[in-house]
Design a protein around this ligand. Structure first.
Ligand code: BG6
Length: 307
C-alpha cells in the first residue's frame, strides 16, 4: 500500500522507487522524508527531527516541516493578536482528506483544516486550508491552499490577510552548509538585540550564506529558487507564491536553551524556510491562494555559478 493512514494519526507515503515520507495529522507536520540520489540510490533521511521533540500532539514538533499559518513569529496583524508564536496550523490536528495521486510519478495525499471552536476562540476569520504533500523518487513537494470562505459582500471586502511558511528542518552538517543565491538580497536580522536594529534591513554580502553563528535572517523577495549545499550533497528548493525565505540555525547560543532540542542538534540541520512573511498575503472572499515548494535532492554538490 503506497499510502498508509495509520490510526495513530500518522500517514506514510511510499514511492515505488524506494523513497518515503511520513506525516502527522498533528500540525500536518512532515516528520520524515527519505530519498536517495541517482548515484546513491539507498534512501537516507533528509529532514532533522530532534530526539527530544514531542510527537504526541502536546506541542509543535521540533523538526520536520511544521506548517506556519496565519502568522509568522510573534503576531503583528491586529487579527492575529490572540495567537501564539507562528500561528495555530502547526499545533492543531488536521483531517485526512484523500489520496490525490498514487503512481510512479508521485504519491500524494491531501489534509484539510477548517475552523474549530478552539481556533475560532482566538481567530474568527473564515478559511479552509488544504495541504497536499507529494512524494516523487527524489522530490518532496508541499502545497498549501488557503481559501477565504467568507460569504460577506460588504465593502471593503472581508479579505483574509495572512502569512504562511514551510519551516523546513533540512538534515545537513550545519557548519559546512552554504545557502545560495542570496547575495545582494535585503534581509532582516532577528538576532539583533534591539527592535530598532531588527527592523532595519541589511543587505547580504556573502555569495553563499553560512550558519556557523547563530543565524535568524528573513530575506525579503528572495528569488524563489534556493540551493542548500554541503560537501557531498544538497537540496534544491523551488517555490511558488512564497516570496521570502528565512534562514535559521540557533547554534549553541540559542539552541541549548530550547527544552526540546537534543544536545548538539543545531549541528545537524539548517532551517531554510520559504514563506510569505514580510507583509501579508491577501485574498478576497471566495478566492484561493496556493503557496508551493518543491524540494529536490541534488545529485552532486553544486555552486552558484552552476545555478
Ligand atoms: O521555537 P519555534 O517557535 O519553533 O521557532 C523557531 C524559530 O523559527 C524561525 O522561523 C524563526 O525565524 C526563529 O525566530 C524561531 O526561533
Amino acid at each position: 500500500m503506497p499510502v498508509t493512514h495509520v490510526d495513530g494519526g500518522r500517514v506514510t507515503l511510499t514511492h515505488p522507487k524506494g523513497s518515503s515520507a511520513e506525516l502527522l495529522l498533528y500540525g500536518a507536520t512532515v516528520i520524515s522524508w527519505k530519498s536517495g540520489t541517482t548515484t546513491e540510490p539507498q534512501p537516507i533521511e533528509r529532514l532533522f527531527v530532534s530526539s527530544k521533540a514531542a510527537l504526541d500532539g502536546s506541542k509543535p514538533v521540533r523538526g520536520g516541516i511544521p506548517v506556519i499559518f496565519p502568522s509568522f513569529g510573534a503576531p503583528t496583524h491586529p487579527e492575529h493578536m490572540r495567537l501564539g508564536q507562528h500561528g495555530f496550523a502547526r499545533s492543531v490536528v488536521w483531517t485526512f482528506d484523500s489520496i490525490v495521486m498514487d503512481n510512479d510519478a508521485g504519491v500524494s495525499v491531501r489534509l484539510t483544516l477548517e475552523p474549530t471552536a478552539d481556533i475560532t476562540a482566538k481567530y474568527d476569520k473564515s478559511f479552509h486550508l488544504a495541504y497536499v504533500v507529494t512524494l516523487a523518487e527524489h522530490q518532496l513537494s508541499t502545497d498549501l491552499h488557503v481559501k477565504n470562505t467568507s460569504t460577506s459582500t460588504t465593502y471593503p471586502p472581508d479579505n483574509l490577510e495572512f502569512q504562511a511558511l514551510f519551516h523546513n528542518y533540512i538534515r545537513a552538517p550545519a557548519n559546512d552548509v552554504l545557502v545560495f543565491p542570496l547575495q545582494d538580497k535585503k534581509y532582516y536580522d532577528k538576532t539583533e538585540v534591539s527592535e530598532e536594529a531588527r527592523s532595519k534591513p541589511k543587505v547580504e554580502t556573502r555569495a553563499g550564506v553560512d550558519v556557523r553563528q547563530f543565524t535568524d535572517s528573513v530575506y525579503e523577495d528572495a528569488g524563489g529558487k534556493y540551493e542548500v549545499t554541503w560537501p557531498g550533497g544538497g537540496i534544491e528548493i523551488k517555490v511558488r507564491e512564497l516570496k521570502d525565505v528565512v534562514v535559521w540555525n540557533p547554534q549553541e547560543a540559542a539552541g541549548s536553551k530550547m527544552g526540546d532540542m537534543e544536545d548538539g542538534g543545531w549541528e545537524k540541520y539548517v532551517c531554510v524556510e520559504p514563506g510569505y512573511v514580510r507583509g501579508f498575503a491577501k485574498i478576497e472572499p471566495g478566492k484561493t491562494w496556493i503557496g508551493q515548494q518543491i524540494m529536490s535532492v541534488i545529485h552532486h554538490e553544486r555552486r552558484i555559478n552552476q545555478l
